[in-house]
Structure formats: structure tokens, C-alpha cells
Design a protein around this ligand. Structure first.
Ligand code: 13P
Ligand code: SF4
Length: 325
């Protein structure tokens, strides 16, 4: 039987770690935000668990001295840009993102220069320096609506995810110019493996994140952000779901739908039944405790970059609020 990573061994001293974290959080007036791709025990202790849009929205309204972002670096940066006066900590500074890394700011600036007269829309999975070259930031929850808020003939550059960009082009009839980047986790899902699971679970619906390749998205009953896939599973009458996104989301799905079965779609070179983001999984309860105790590693964003990057992030939050997202 293949290994299911989501059942990774929880530390033996989990209960004492949880107590320490709760005490430190109270003493330091901190809040803990966690993405759905975090280990279950981190999601369980967080003040708030959500997708990348919700994490930004929470950070923007946080009433605290310290925000601990249990996610990846760009999520911490977004929180710091929105809350420059707060200390923003991450449990592991090496928790990066292959998609963000696929778009270097200087190369992106050249791409924009080579395509004058375009509105620049960037996925939130980017560095602050890329956001500083951007007109509006989007997440997978609001990308379609934000693109549709521009006139049909608006000339748009979309970066860095080619899969999300292709998907938005296909559902909106746009022809946005795409940066050629991708996420190494979502690119791993394969049509063959999902079809094998469909044969085994013929009643199951396929849920897929738009960072997956187009051929995979064509098999999906629902394409959406982590939050949208969760919401769909909760509302659906179906009892089984094949989930083509990072397998950490299964924790909250299973919590909210104890009567339903969630089957992780495996990566192409499957030595394991589920597909984990090695960056997201750098964060552990021990590192969370240490970062609260020592108040490091801390996210620092260059002031000039932050002053530019905050504008497209706030634009996204404003549009999302108007759209009720
Ligand atoms: P969400 O916006 O759906 O949370 O996705 C974030 C992400 O990193 C997907 O790989
Ligand atoms: Fe980045 Fe992919 Fe990991 Fe999401 S799953 S944080 S896009 S590397």
C-alpha cells in the first residue's frame, strides 16, 4: 500500500508544544494564521485557517502585535506589506514557492517593457518585488472576477502561473499574455493517475486547483481555489471526492465532512498516495513554538518595494470586498 503523507508522525510532545504555543501567543498578543496546506496539527492550533485570499484579508484586519504566518514566504510578505507596523514571523524562512521563484522581478519587468500598454495582473504567489511591477494582484479565489472587471478588450499581462492564466483565458474568452511559470506540485498531477482513481471510485467527483495542467482541469467536476473546493465538497450531495491539490486541504475537508471520503490524487511519479508541497511542509509545531518564543525569523520587506507593492494588493482587497469575496 502506498504511503499517505498527511498521516505524518505527529510529534510525541505535541500536547506540551500546543500548551507552550498557546501561552506564548497570549503573552505576546500574537495571532497564528495557517494555510490549508499546513500539517493538521498546525491548522488545529491556528486562530484562522484559510486560502491565500482569506489569509491576506485576516492579516489586513488583525488586531495584535505579532502575526505568525504558517504558510510560505510570499504569504508572510503580503501580511507584512499590509501591516508594516506589526512583526510578521514565519516558522521557517526557507518555506518558499516554486511558482513565485519561476518569476524573477527583473525578468518580469523586461516582459512588461516588451509588451507596452498592458494592464499587469499578478497572482499572489509572487515576490514583493514582482508585486511592485503589478497593477492588480489576484488569488485563485478572485482571479476570474477581477479579470472580468476589466473591459473585454483590455490588454492584459498575467503572471506567473501559465496554468491559471490559461484557465482564466478559457473561461473568460480573453487572450491575456501569459508568463511561463508553474507550480512544481500542481504540475505533478496526471490524467492517467486520476483516471485510474475514477475507475476505482466511479461515483467520486474530481476537485482540482487551477494551478493544475489544462488536461487535468478538463477531468474536473469543480475547478477552484482551496477554499472554493472545500466549500463545494461541503455543499455537494456526493460522498466521494478525488482531490487534485496539495493534500493538506484534506484535513479541513474531512473535519467539515466526516461522512464523506476524500481521496488525494497522487503525483505522476507516485511513490506516495498524496502530493505535498515540500515548502509548506517545512513548518512544524516545534518551529512554530520556537519562532514565537524567539520572535524570529522575521519577514522584512524593503520600504520602497513595499510602498509600491501595497497598492495592487489593496486594489485586490477592495475589488474583492465589492464583489463580496
Ligand atoms: P489558494 O489561493 O487556493 O490558497 O492557493 C495557494 C497556493 O499556493 C496553491 O498552490
Ligand atoms: Fe507554491 Fe506550489 Fe507550494 Fe503552492 S503548492 S506554495 S504554488 S510551490
Amino acid at each position: 500500500m502506498m504511503n499517505v503523507c498527511n498521516s505524518h508522525s505527529v510529534p510525541e510532545n505535541k500536547n506540551s508544544l500546543v500548551e507552550e504555543i498557546k501561552n506564548l501567543r497570549r503573552q505576546k498578543n500574537a495571532i497564528i494564521l495557517a494555510h490549508y496546506y499546513q500539517y493538521g496539527e498546525i491548522q488545529d492550533i491556528a486562530d484562522f485557517v484559510g486560502d491565500s485570499l482569506a489569509l491576506a484579508q485576516w492579516a489586513a484586519k488583525a488586531d495584535c502585535d505579532i502575526i505568525v504566518m504558517c504558510g510560505v514566504h510570499f504569504m508572510g510578505e503580503t501580511a507584512k506589506i499590509l501591516c508594516p507596523d506589526k512583526k510578521v514571523l514565519v516558522p521557517d524562512m526557507n518555506a518558499g514557492c516554486s511558482l513565485a521563484d519561476s518569476c524573477k522581478a527583473d525578468e518580469f519587468a523586461e516582459f512588461i517593457k516588451a509588451n507596452p500598454g498592458h494592464t499587469v495582473i499578478s497572482y499572489v504567489n509572487t515576490s514583493a518585488a514582482v508585486k511592485a511591477h503589478t497593477d492588480v494582484v489576484v488569488t485563485s479565489t478572485n482571479a476570474r472576477q477581477i479579470v472580468e472587471s476589466f473591459p473585454q478588450d483590455e490588454k492584459i499581462i498575467f503572471g506567473p502561473d501559465r496554468n491559471l492564466g490559461n484557465y482564466i483565458n478559457s473561461v473568460t474568452g480573453r487572450n491575456m499574455k501569459l508568463w511561463n511559470g508553474a507550480c512544481h506540485v500542481h504540475e505533478q498531477f496526471s490524467v492517467e493517475k486520476i483516471l485510474e482513481l475514477k475507475l476505482k471510485y466511479p461515483e467520486a467527483e474530481v476537485l482540482a486547483h487551477p494551478e493544475c495542467k489544462q488536461v487535468v482541469l478538463q477531468l474536473a467536476d469543480k475547478v477552484g481555489s482551496t477554499a472554493a473546493l472545500l466549500k463545494y465538497a461541503v455543499k455537494s450531495d456526493k460522498k466521494q471526492f478525488i482531490v487534485a491539490t496539495e493534500s493538506g486541504i484534506l484535513h479541513e475537508m474531512q473535519k467539515q465532512c466526516s461522512d464523506k471520503e476524500f481521496i488525494p490524487a497522487p503525483p505522476e511519479d507516485a511513490s506516495c498516495a498524496c502530493n505535498e508541497c515540500n515548502y509548506m511542509r517545512l513548518n512544524t509545531l516545534e518551529k512554530l513554538r520556537d519562532c514565537l518564543r524567539d520572535e524570529t525569523p522575521e519577514i522584512i520587506v524593503d520600504k520602497t518595494i513595499a510602498e509600491k507593492a501595497v497598492l495592487p494588493i489593496k486594489r485586490m482587497l477592495d475589488i474583492s470586498a465589492k464583489l463580496g469575496l
